[in-house]
Ligand binder design. Structure first.
Ligand code: GLN
Length: 193
């Protein structure tokens, strides 16, 4: 909750839970202590500006980012959804440790803010199309394991699933389609049963 499109994710999660007829509890994380006190089943890292997220999340007053990366590494079963800037952080945590999603990602690779766009995507994870909103989005430049590509924009990978960590270069929370949020909640249910 330090920066970026986080409130819309809360709405999308609530809508997804309603669609699944499940009750969820949402914890807003701003500091490392928020993470320790909430012990979540699943995690969302929103889109925004990854540089700002690194600065605020590594600030001594927060320390959320190192705590999150550690939690993700220690809890490989728990699902994580990283969107846009969140996908950048998963692929390139820049903390001296290994990538959390093994793919190479290039920031702002479509160009400037005016080069933002919306497109129909094909998702094998959802088994259907999805309307993707790309805002100054990053691009996957290489995905070592092509089996992990679960969302395509024509012939380009835009979603990579590495074990239970899903990195999407677009903003699923903005399209009004809660498919990926439902996936996150369902995975969290399955691994915590
Ligand atoms: N351009 C942003 C970055 O590099 C990502 C954009 C987004 O999250 N919508 O972090």
């Amino acid at each position: 909750m330090l920066q970026g499109a986080r409130h819309v994710h809360i709405e999308a999660l609530n809508k997804a839970a309603e669609a699944l007829n499940l009750e969820i509890e949402i914890h807003e994380l701003r500091k490392s202590s928020d993470l320790y006190s909430s012990s979540p089943h699943a995690l969302v890292i929103p889109g925004g500006e990854s540089t700002t997220m690194r600065l605020t999340g590594n600030d001594p007053t927060s320390q959320l980012l190192p705590a999150l990366f550690k939690w993700i590494r220690n809890n490989p079963e728990n699902p994580v959804l990283g969107t846009c800037a969140g996908a950048i952080l998963l692929c390139d945590p820049q903390d001296g440790g290994e990538s959390l999603v093994s793919a190479k990602i290039d920031r702002n690779a479509y160009g400037r803010q005016v080069d933002s766009f919306q497109a129909q995507l094909q998702s094998s994870l959802l088994g259907r199309n999805f309307s993707g909103i790309f805002i100054r989005a990053p691009r996957f430049v290489s995905v070592p394991n092509f089996n992990q590509v679960v969302v395509m924009h024509s012939d380009e990978a835009v979603g990579v699933l590495d074990s239970n960590r899903l990195a999407l270069t677009f903003h699923p929370e903005l399209s009004g389609d809660t498919g990926f949020h439902e996936w996150l909640i369902q995975r969290a249910m399955e691994v915590n049963e």
